[in-house]
Write a protein that binds this ligand. Structure first.
Ligand code: URP
Ligand code: ZN
Ligand code: ZN
Ligand code: ZN
Length: 491
């Protein structure tokens, strides 16, 4: 029987090979890979293009209330459209619990809003801010069983943070239920203490955000989170690693055999704290937590990706407009403490890394695929369905033209933020055709997907969520982490 769609004559990237040929798609899945496949009901020419798995963005904030109580500018429609245009076919945003809200209410609220709007597939992590009795004994275990197999906790932001005692409780619960805990690691007291002194001295401009969020606040909290995780023998994942000193802390723990995973983001490769040093409040457009740092930290993050210390590259898309609804709650009187934290990145995440990483020779195409798709699928329980070009996997594909040059302009993007921190940069390579479950969703610069056509992904247990020392931990696929890291080192 024929194919519904045949992608013709591309350079297809699988885990360990580059195949010049075709991808045959049937019923939304990859049915065949190789040269000279039969025609499909529809053929798409991929000559001169790389055929890569669609990206998975495992860290983005969509239609979500932030820790500071601000609603993001993108809903599930604009966020998923924007992601699709940038070559991403799966997102894992957060269903965010706040103090005083229950997990089932939060989950059904987010699920309902996403269901009617998303154009690509999505799962959820839970943000856990209210680890009360009911949450810990009943609701959280149930959410994990229902396919929300990872959760994020905060060590900073007064409204969100857990103390060390609560972190231990959460890590223990995750260990027992095979969930992966993502940790926002910054020392809350260091940041508050510095911020108070800066404000008292009149240092209120956006650039002082980076001074308050000292690299030591990040490195210390990371080290502490790792110690707590070691104590209860639970793997954790440190999100949005910004500082070179934090990369060192993580690498050191990994070299001792500790299962600590880590992620970084475009802002830590392509921005620095100096970007916040602009006239007026313009610098707020570059403000995120932790902040982008300096050239040395950028280099350390590149190195962390190259040697496997960092396993996932996500956007941490946190979309706040440059007005009273986001970055400037107090108008031109806004100090760095009140600006919403976060930068957009769903659409440009992959094009930036393809251009500056792959085409400039900093990483090969297999490494790019791991960092942008397959590692996310493995870490968050989406393998083998998502994240790879393989027979039987969902036909989530991006056809990259490596020669296309783009001058980044906000007007060409599809989010609702109103600006991009990468305005004016010239990059090479663009995902010109994007396929989600066999549907061509982006082509010729246009969207071909219906609102609500994305599917919810109930996720399996993350591959790396199981304890190391637990006797009889048969469900833990042994040595996978070290294999993944060795694979990254082999490059
Ligand atoms: O500045 C950031 N990253 N805002 C988003 C929330 C978070 O902590 O990831
Ligand atoms: Zn965070
Ligand atoms: Zn985030
Ligand atoms: Zn390679």
């Amino acid at each position: 029987q024929g194919f519904d769609l045949t992608i013709r004559n591309g350079r297809i990237v699988t885990d360990d090979a580059i195949i010049e040929g075709d991808v045959g798609v049937r019923d939304g899945r990859i049915a065949a890979i190789g040269p000279g496949l039969a025609p499909g009901a529809r053929d798409v020419d991929a000559a001169g293009r790389w055929v890569l798995p669609g990206g998975i963005d495992s860290h983005c904030h969509v239609e979500q209330l932030s820790g500071m109580g601000v609603m993001g500018a993108d809903d599930f429609y604009s966020a998923t459209v924007s992601a699709a245009f940038g070559g991403t076919t799966t997102i894992i945003p957060f269903a965010a619990q706040h103090r005083g809200t229950s997990v089932p209410d939060v989950v059904s609220d987010y699920a309902e809003r996403a269901r009617t709007k998303a154009v690509i597939d999505y799962g959820f992590h839970l943000i856990l801010a209210n680890p009360d009795e009911q949450t810990m004994t009943r609701d959280l275990p149930q959410a994990i069983r229902d396919g929300i197999t990872s959760l994020k906790v905060y060590m900073t932001y007064d409204a969100m943070r857990l103390d060390d005692y609560q972190l231990l409780d959460v890590f223990e619960l995750a260990r027992e239920h095979g969930a992966l805990v993502m940790v926002h690691a910054e020392n809350n007291d260091i940041i508050k203490w510095l911020a108070k002194r800066l404000i008292e001295r009149g240092h209120t401009a956006p650039k002082f955000h980076a001074v308050a969020h000292d690299p030591l606040a990040e490195a210390e909290a990371t080290n502490r989170a790792i110690a707590l995780a070691r104590l209860v023998d639970t793997p954790i994942l440190i999100v949005h690693v910004a500082g070179g000193s934090t990369v060192e802390v993580i690498r050191g723990a990994q070299s001792l055999g500790v299962h600590v995973l880590a992620e970084s983001c475009p802002q830590y490769l392509f921005l620095t704290a100096e970007d916040m040093d602009r006239a007026g409040l313009e610098g707020a457009k570059f403000c995120c937590s932790p902040p982008a740092r300096d050239a040395g930290s950028q280099e350390a993050v590149w190195q962390g990706f190259a040697d496997g210390t960092l396993l996932t590259y996500s956007s941490d898309h946190a979309p706040y407009r440059f007005d009273e609804t986001g970055k400037l709650p107090k108008g031109d009187k806004t100090t760095f403490k009140e600006m919403a934290n976060g930068v957009p990145g769903l659409e440009l995440r992959l094009p930036l890394l393809f251009s500056e990483g792959v085409l400039k020779g900093r990483m090969d195409i297999h490494q790019f695929v791991k960092l942008t798709a397959s590692n996310h699928a493995d870490l968050y329980g989406l393998s083998p369905r998502k994240g790879r070009i393989a027979i039987g996997a969902d036909a989530d594909l991006a056809l990259w033209n490596p020669d296309r040059e783009t001058r980044i302009a906000y007007d060409d993007l599809h989010d609702q933020v109103g600006y991009t921190p990468y305005e004016g940069r010239v990059i090479k390579g663009w995902p010109e055709v994007v396929v989600s479950r066999g549907r061509v969703v982006v082509e010729d610069g246009r969207l071909h997907a219906e609102r609500g056509s994305g599917q919810y992904l109930r996720r399996e247990a993350p591959q790396f969520a199981w304890p190391v020392r637990q006797p009889g931990a048969a469900r833990r696929p042994d040595g996978l982490l070290s294999k993944a890291m060795a694979g990254a080192r082999e490059g």
